[in-house]
Design a binder for this molecule. Structure first.
Ligand code: PMP
Length: 565
């Protein structure tokens, strides 16, 4: 039973956020390849994903996972140091090191875990970690978990970093920064940070999550772009963005890898990633190695096209790469515009506190190699229309009370997608955190307007919505183009976590010993097998293809198992 005091707390917390238009709701999306999703019965162009190279829908990756799962099963049922380390895990780490140009690499369950696991292992009480004010939430969490003194330097401000470095009088120093910042798409000055770290004997760790695979001649991300590849001792990144898969890693020296294997609790006390996921990640790396040049070129072309179009439409943008921040004035505006563009069939994520500082709000447009010029033009048009609606709304008054209630379905869609995975700003307050938050103004509406007041849902004023406990925004009621009547897939209910059992450290064997005991034949079945034609009858083309492949393998296995066959 939930005690009343907790219920009261949950309720107050909700109402408090709701008042500020800051509540978040999960939605069930049906993923239709790399650039489209379906919500309810409507299809949207997705400009909110991190699928920068358009690989999430690549069937070669899915098929690699399916093949390996068919051979080795799904779960590994143990941590790496116990019996969860397979030759495919080791092979993947070798491939990551080769890809990133480092001596070694170590897998983590996710990029979030990697940041937690690396920072908390490297520094502790008596040490100092210096962290950029806009670093990712997982870095903030790692800093906290470490128990080290945390000094937050102003966002991208190397002078402030230097001042802070000068102030550290004892203990080891770790400097940590994102390379390509996840919300505004701006970048750290890595060459200067590298020099400062050398001068102050500080260890440098960079989170290259958003640039890995997507930027640089060989896909080695921002360090390669800025000419300091090989000079950053610890690079954390993830398979979940440009590589279209899932799972985090750290690329580093053998010595640091060994240290992490022995000291990183988020590495030691967690089950290893599924072997099938390792196989999928190997395939993703293979694709990026072979086809990366073309994909990166396409991403760069799309990015330039989108930035030019948005800028010439008068939008105020941040960053230089595929993450485009569009400045807006307030969380309300961010929500409203995000809602409006949805009405035009486009998903653009609103960024609000606690992902960004309280006085800053923006829209995050992310471009992928899979978008077409037509997709991008549609996105820009949708933003222009949304800006016109916003201007009209401002003239009419943002808090206008209205008479008619929205339907349940309208309410459902009014909850603009607002859960995000970028950060938790208040967890990492720093001196300089407001430095970039100066001119966040929505640009004036352009004169070309197809805005029609008949389209405006004057039925759902903010006041009424707030009274009802919803964080919606006014939204036109005109129906979106209906794509199909299929119900969206429901998320699988998660099970409560079991208590992790910490093994007796004395009984933890060395990773090398374990690797020697592993079977050597756990290579995945060759991927890209022809898919069964009956798969096409299934509803979801992607699932159908995977299921088709799985069925074919099952039939093959059954034939092989038949006595006498
Ligand atoms: N670092 C950065 C900069 C990120 O933006 C994210 C996710 N948004 C992560 C790490 C976490 O990566 P993952 O999704 O693999 O946990």
């Amino acid at each position: 039973m939930v005690p009343d005091i907790w219920k009261k707390y949950f309720n107050e917390e909700w109402l408090n956020r709701d008042k500020q238009k800051l509540t978040r709701k999960l939605r069930s999306l049906r993923h239709l390849g790399s650039t489209k999703v379906q919500i309810g019965s409507h299809e949207f162009l997705n400009f909110s994903s991190n699928d920068y190279l358009g690989l999430t829908g690549d069937l070669r990756i899915a098929e690699a996972a399916a093949s390996a799962a068919g051979r080795f099963g799904w779960g590994t049922a143990a941590s790496r140091l116990v019996t969860g380390s397979s030759t495919l895990h080791t092979k993947l780490e070798g491939e990551i090191a080769a890809f990133r140009g480092t001596e070694a690499a170590l897998l983590f369950g996710s990029g979030y875990q990697a940041n937690l696991g690396v920072i908390s292992a490297l520094v502790g009480t008596g040490d100092t970690v210096l962290s950029d004010a806009m670093n990712h939430a997982s870095i903030v969490a790692g800093c906290k978990l470490s128990g080290a003194t945390v000094r937050v330097f102003k966002h991208r401000d190397c002078d402030d970093l230097e001042r802070n470095l000068n102030g550290v009088k004892k203990g080891r120093i770790l400097v940590v920064t994102d390379t390509l910042f996840s919300i505004e798409g701006d970048t750290a000055d890595l060459p200067r940070i590298v020099k400062l770290c050398e001068r102050f004997n500080a260890l440098l760790m960079a989170d290259d999550a958003h640039a890995n695979g997507c930027l640089g001649k060989r896909g080695r991300g921002m360090p390669e772009i800025q000419g300091v590849n090989g000079q950053i001792p610890i690079v954390v990144a993830t398979f979940s963005k440009g590589l279209g898969s899932y799972g985090g890693f750290v690329a580093c020296s053998e010595q640091i890898r060994d240290f992490l294997v022995n000291n990183s609790r988020p590495f030691i006390y967690t089950t290893s990633i599924p072997i099938a996921l390792a196989a999928a990640n190997l395939e993703a790396l293979k694709i990026v190695r072979r086809e990366g040049d073309g994909l990166r070129q396409k991403l760069a072309t799309n990015t330039a096209f989108a930035r030019t179009k948005l800028e010439s439409a008068g939008f105020e943008l941040t960053g230089n790469y595929q993450i485009i921040g569009v400045n807006v004035e307030s969380p309300e505006e961010a929500m409203f515009i995000s809602g409006e563009v949805e009405f035009h069939g486009v998903l653009i994520h609103p960024m609000r506190w606690p992902t960004v500082p309280r006085d800053k709000s923006c829209l995050r447009v992310s471009i992928t190699a899979a978008h077409t010029e037509e997709d991008i033009s549609r996105m820009v048009d949708a933003l222009k229309k949304a800006r016109n609606s916003m201007a009209k709304k401002k003239t009419d008054g943002l808090t206008r009370r209205v008479s008619r209630r929205p339907t349940e379905q309208q309410l459902e869609t009014m909850h603009a997608a607002s859960d995000d995975d970028f950060g938790d700003f208040d967890q990492h307050p720093g001196d300089g955190m407001m430095s970039a938050a100066d001119s966040s103004k929505l640009p004036p509406p352009d004169q070309v307007s197809d805005f029609s007041s008949d389209n405006l849902m004057t039925t759902a004023g903010d006041t009424m919505i707030a009274e009802e406990g919803f964080a919606g925004n006014d939204r036109p009621t005109a129906p979106l183009e209906k794509k199909s009547d299929e119900t969206p897939t429901e998320p699988v209910a998660s099970r409560p976590e079991e208590d992790p059992q910490e093994p007796d450290p004395a009984r933890i064997s060395e990773p090398e010993e374990i690797q020697e005991e592993l079977p050597v034949d756990d290579e995945p079945a060759p991927s890209g097998a022809t898919l069964a034609p009956e798969a096409m009858e299934l509803e979801d083309p992607v699932i159908a293809e995977i299921e088709g492949g799985t069925k074919k393998r099952q039939r093959k296995t059954a034939r092989q198992k038949k006595p006498g066959s």
